[in-house]
Design a protein around this ligand. Structure first.
Ligand code: NAD
Length: 309
């Protein structure tokens, strides 16, 4: 009998599929790290999303664990080196959230350019800010896409319809093929995109080399009055540098779906959230019914294939 723990909230289809195959499913979506440390001892597999941290301390206790499935994309909450050392297979469901994250990215870009958050908030407060709320249009902008992978591609595909100039940037030169397919510019020169763009949108993974990649020295290269959207991971962007550049008026506004601490709790993050040039959403990029169902089904199927059930 396979014992499997699901340590984060997941669509019920996942549980249904696994149970039908005779897997003993322990659904504990609110489990604490301490409880997980004890509970994981006799489990053969775990399905998690972004909340659970599978660090070395927990994995050291996972004596029988053979498979980790991340329902979603980012693997930065798992100690991959240690899992590898232990011979534990790690899998994710990378394709499922791309469209949802791309759609949120477009929504955030429009919210920044049209100050929708101010419009909404003022109406709720019975204020009529028609004269004050003069925005600008996507079609007149150059948008730099940092990280032209699955999500970056879906963002570009949607932006194409707005008629704006799009520059895709990736360290992997083979991604040029996908840019050619959409007939957009592609470059491996980061400075070029920073200098050309009115809006940059970040879609790179969090790995050692991308931590604080968007530092003060990097962001200052952006045009004065430009905008930033970050829906990748909080730690790729130096939040202190962003705050400073917003205060200096160099960056006009930012839309953040992700933070170094989630929920955000550092003084810098709190100050960013208080600033009305910053729009924030609570890491909802992949939070759509369609994505959550697709992730759940894919995660269950990975388990079934792995154990040949
Ligand atoms: P992907 O692997 O398909 O694409 C990432 C791209 O970034 C790759 O093409 C890679 O070559 C490129 N890249 C890596 N390092 C780079 C660097 N230093 N500079 C430029 N490009 C670099 O991943 P994806 O599916 O597009 O997802 C991207 C990221 O989005 C994920 O790693 C995850 O952190 C984040 N994400 C966020 C949410 C959310 O809810 N906000 C949901 C899903 C994914």
């Amino acid at each position: 009998m396979i014992d499997l723990i699901i340590s984060d909230h997941i669509n019920e289809k996942c549980i249904e599929i696994l149970k039908k195959k005779g897997i003993n499913v322990h659904y504990l979506p609110e489990i604490t790290q301490d409880e997980l440390k004890k509970s994981i001892v006799d489990k053969h597999a775990i399905i998690l999303r972004g909340r659970t941290k599978l660090n070395r301390e927990i994995l050291e206790n996972a004596k029988h664990l053979r498979l980790i499935v991340r329902a979603g994309v980012g693997l930065d909450n798992i100690d991959l080196n240690f899992a590898k050392e232990r011979g534990i297979e790690v899998r994710n469901t990378p394709a499922a959230p791309s469209k949802a994250v791309a759609e949120l990215t477009i929504a955030l870009i429009i919210s920044l350019l049209r100050e929708l958050y101010k419009a909404y908030d003022s109406m709720k407060k019975s204020k009529w800010l028609k004269k004050e709320l003069i925005g600008s249009e996507i079609s007149s902008k150059t948008i730099g896409i940092f990280g032209f992978g699955r999500i970056g591609y879906e963002v570009a595909k949607r932006l194409k319809n707005f008629g704006c100039r799009i520059i895709a940037y990736d360290i992997d030169p083979t991604r040029q093929t996908f840019a050619n397919e959409l007939r957009i510019e592609f470059t491996t020169n980061m400075d070029y995109v920073l200098k050309q763009s009115d809006i940059i949108t970040i879609h790179i993974p969090l790995i050692e080399s991308t931590k604080n990649l968007f530092s003060y020295e990097t962001l200052i290269k952006m045009k004065r009055g430009s905008y930033i959207v970050n829906v990748s991971r909080g730690e790729v962007l130096d939040e202190g540098a962003l705050l400073k550049l917003i205060k200096e008026g160099h960056i006009k506004g930012a839309a953040l779906d992700v933070f170094s601490n989630e929920p955000p709790n550092s003084e810098i993050e709190k100050e960013l959230l208080r600033d009305d040039r910053v729009i924030a959403t609570p890491h909802i990029g992949a939070q759509t019914v369609e994505t959550m169902e697709a992730e759940a089904i894919e995660a269950a199927e990975i388990v079934i294939r792995f154990f040949n059930l």
